[in-house]
Design a protein around this ligand. Structure first.
Ligand code: NAP
Length: 673
């Protein structure tokens, strides 16, 4: 393979560092130099200025939906050229399956953020957070939390193990939030990250200044960070601590998200004896976590715990499986585990195994004998065992970032929980049990120490995503040693790049700010029935006030017999009176909803296509026979989805003849744009 010079991308131009400053990068498989990389000469302050002055404003002019479409375009661009990335992936020592997690998993993460952005975020530029808070008796002064994009730069410093996914899982939420990014991949596998980055730039869908790339050290970049910037770091605890203690981070209160190492645990439940499906699933999962990506996963199982009486059976079963794993050149058919990412990574893992082996014994594998001849960074899976996990600190503390795991016994569930928590904060824990009571005790006892918990049994295993896969819709991160950070988790991850502000003011002004009708804001009435208007013609606050109708006892009885809902409160005067809630027979809530629709619909075909749901329904005041009801229907939010349709959310209030609120809900409708 020809040696490639990796380029930086600064201020919308590719930049090559001076030849003398470039460092070699080796193939994990052959040990040969395949690229040279460096960032010397970059104007880091200028890059930050460019992102703040050009990228940020351009992204913030777009709505969440526009940015979500942009993510989809980026993901499609990566998918269209994925084979170029798979070629480079092999050089990192990774198999095609490993590469699938990295490359297609990365694009999948962008797709997920794109679709969540369009479904769960407004087609607007301000994000409303939670419900309006009433701050005054008369309702003229209210509170509303909102999120707006930070006006700085997201600096992403990534680990070497997932060069594509690691970059895209951070970029998805960042770009959706409206914040430009400077990406710094890890040097060892930077050639793959650079290729994926180049594909995104060449897709030509990003505004200028939205993305920049640093292919080496970050120079004086940290000296120029401000309160509007975010550093999102993935890597070792040592580097995280060094960067986090930079004086500018403290002085400016720069947000620092840290995803660090983690001594993840997997526990065989007390009910999962040999012969149960859970026992077999546990053995399979530990093997998989040790060998996928040659164990170079921040979430990989480092500590596998089993009831003391089953530990020998666990050891034997793991040994049998691990010895079958074929190690070799990841390009070759049938190879189950490739190489570590570099020879320096190999020596780091060997050193960590040596430290572990001082108090635990190796029961499978040999760290010093290369399983594949040549200069590649190959290592066989190493299984260690300790029978005294309480007096073996290293197994709870030393992360060997390779195909390495330690098995250990526990006495009872409390012991297992305490051992799992001795990792002092982890990213992922798995528990193999078919007993909900065991699971409950574990969640209560260990939840506070682990960012994600996977409870696996015979019913979920087949469809499960496994112990080690972070998912875009779930939170990734963990307390303590794992860094205390949190990434992804659906829209939660987007808000990590936004500022939450508590707004206070009148409902009318705040409605105008958040583009959402808030209770107390003016209602606009017009001649035209709102169901005759397209989304583009409907104003926020546009309201239909219906005529009123009286609800009779005959209506209630008719509805009861028609639907079969003869609940006592509607049919039995004495029983209804005897309840602590009603003064006598009352109208069904569903009857009120049906009559409400009868009062507000405009029946002819028109722009309103369908009713798609109700949310936040509350029945507040009983409606008695002889009472009357009327409805006010107000446009609360509206959002165009595509050329065919969009969603209008209506605030619906049902009043009785005394103007008391009988029921309130959000009605969702699909409407032509
Ligand atoms: P590392 O040495 O800490 O490097 C991580 C990143 O930090 C790399 O991009 C590295 O760049 C950069 N870096 C190092 N020193 C720096 C400095 N002074 N200023 C700015 N950037 C600096 O970690 P690693 O050994 O590559 O990664 C493996 C570790 O990451 C493991 O401990 C693993 O558990 C952890 N990890 C955690 C997660 C998670 O999500 N929690 C995910 C993956 C990995 P260079 O490569 O150019 O030095």
């Amino acid at each position: 393979m020809k040696t490639q010079t990796l380029l930086n991308y600064a201020q919308d131009r590719w930049y090559e560092a001076p030849i003398g400053s470039l460092a070699p990068v080796e193939s994990a498989v052959t040990g040969e130099t395949i690229a040279v990389t460096g960032s010397e000469g970059l104007d880091f302050a200028g890059m930050l200025r460019h992102a703040r002055a050009v990228g940020g404003p351009a992204l913030r002019r777009m709505t969440f939906h526009e940015r979500a479409w942009m993510l989809k375009d980026l993901a499609n661009a990566v998918m269209a050229r994925k084979e170029e990335l798979y070629e480079l992936n092999y050089e990192t020592g990774a198999t095609r399956t490993d590469g699938w997690i990295d490359i297609e998993g990365g694009a999948g993460t962008l797709f997920s953020f794109s679709s969540k952005g369009r479904r769960e975020l407004p087609n607007a530029r301000i994000l409303v957070d939670g419900a309006m808070e009433m701050l005054s008796k008369g309702g003229t002064f209210v509170g509303q939390h909102v999120f707006t994009p930070l006006q700085g730069v997201a600096v992403h410093i990534n680990a070497f193990n997932f060069p594509v996914w690691g970059m895209l899982e951070k970029l998805g939420p960042t770009l959706l939030a409206g914040v430009p990014a400077i990406v710094k991949p890890a040097s060892a596998t930077g050639y793959l990250a650079e290729a994926a980055f180049r594909i995104m730039i060449e897709a030509n869908v990003l505004p200028p200044g939205a993305l920049q790339l640093v292919m080496g050290g970050v120079g004086d970049l940290f000296d120029h960070l401000t309160l509007q910037d975010v550093v999102s770091f993935t890597g070792s605890a040592q580097t995280a601590m060094k960067l986090q203690s930079h004086p500018v981070i403290a002085r400016e209160s720069v947000r620092f998200i840290a995803e660090r190492d983690s001594l993840n645990a997997s526990i065989l439940g007390p009910d999962a004896a040999p012969g149960t499906p859970e026992f077999d699933l546990f053995v399979k999962e530990v093997t998989r976590e040790m060998t996928v990506k040659a164990g170079q996963k921040c979430t990989a199982i480092r500590r596998a715990m089993a009831p003391a009486q089953h530990i020998d059976a666990v050891e034997a079963a793991l040994k049998a499986r691990l010895e079958k794993v074929k190690i070799g050149n990841p390009r070759e058919e049938g190879v189950g585990m490739g190489a570590l990412a570099s020879r320096s990574q190999l020596s780091g893992v060997r050193a960590a195994v040596a430290e572990l082996a001082r108090s635990a014994r190796i029961v499978v594998g040999d760290p010093e004998t290369p399983p594949v001849p040549g200069n590649g960074a190959f290592m066989s899976p190493i299984l260690l065992r300790t029978d005294d996990p309480w007096n073996t600190d290293a197994v709870h503390d030393v992360e060997a970032f390779g195909p390495v795991s330690t098995i250990m016994p526990y006495r009872d569930l409390a012991d297992a929980i305490a051992l799992a928590n001795r990792g002092m904060g982890s990213l992922a824990l798995s528990l193999f049990t078919f007993d909900a009571a065991v699971a409950e005790e574990f969640v209560l006892g260990a939840g506070a120490y682990h960012g994600r918990m996977v409870i696996l049994d015979r019913t979920s295993a087949k469809e499960s995503t496994g112990h080690g896969s972070p998912l875009p819709v779930l939170v990734h991160g963990g307390p303590g040693r794992a860094g205390g950070g949190e990434e992804m988790g659906g829209i939660r991850g987007v808000t990590h790049y936004m500022q939450r502000t508590a707004l206070q003011g009148s409902p009318a002004v705040l409605s105008g700010v958040v583009k959402q009708w808030l209770p107390g804001a003016p209602k606009i009435e017009g001649e035209v029935h709102p169901f005759r208007k397209r989304i583009s013609e409907l104003e926020i606050g546009y309201t239909l006030k219906t005529a009123s109708r009286t609800v009779t006892l005959e209506d209630i009885e008719h509805f009861a017999h028609f639907t079969g809902d003869t609940f006592y409160a509607h049919m039995d005067e004495e029983a209804a009176k005897a309840s602590p809630i009603f003064e006598g027979r009352v109208a069904h809530g569903y009857l009120i909803l049906s009559f409400a629709a009868g009062l507000f619909v405009e029946p002819a075909p028109g722009p309103v296509l369908a009713n798609t749901g109700l949310e936040n329904l509350r029945f507040l005041t009983p409606l008695y026979p002889g009472d009357s009801m009327r409805v006010e229907l107000t446009v609360k939010t509206k959002s165009i989805r595509d050329e065919e349709k969009g969603e209008v959310r209506w605030a619906v209030y049902v009043f009785n003849q005394k103007d008391e609120v009988v029921a309130t809900y959000d009605l969702l409708t699909m409407v032509r744009p």
